[in-house]
Design a protein around this ligand. Sequence first.
Ligand code: DER
Length: 216
Amino acid sequence: MSLDTEKRLAAEAAARFVEDGMLVGLGTGSTVAYLLPALAARALDLRCIATSPDTEQAARELGLKVESFHGTDAAPRLDIAIDGADQVSPSGWLMKGGGAAHTREKVVAAAADRFVVIVSSDKLVERLTPPVPLELLAYGLAATLRHIGDVMLRDVPRSPDGGVIADYRGDFDDPGELAARLSATVGVVEHGLFPAAMVSDVVVARGEQIEIRNLR
Ligand code: DER
């Protein structure tokens, strides 16, 4: 069974969590690319919030209704958000941001009543390891890089919000400790460490088997 098939099966299982009338957060990446047609196929009356221009375009092309999440007129909470991850630790901490969308992904996940993570079995790891994706403010970038230490700019376009994408490469044992340090570093807009407390369920496909881990 290929990893792509596992991604599709996990995405299809999570699409079944979505109910008529929901406001749904759509993540970004190759696993979410399988979620979008699975959601569209359910033909429910949904409103969606996209975490990247790519997801927004793909969702609209499938006939899903996508709303803006900018400004004070946007909905303050979502019923559910569904997204992939680069690594999932045994305790449910996530590493995200391989696709550089982690800031918007975290904002959407934090606004959702339920945050469902969909992964192929290769994403389950014994412990999270570097690199840790970062989004940095362009203003004062050199100073921010000096504060962070072992960091490398990623050769990708800026985020849709103008942030500079980089990766922290230092080793770490405790994701909570590193997350707190990065969050406290001036100039760091957001990092790719997502706490287990943010995650409601992890849907893992292993071959044809679907395992749903409920973390709440
Ligand atoms: O970049 C991201 O945060 C993606 O959501 C990533 O975590 C999962 O990407 P994938 O589904 O392409 O593996």
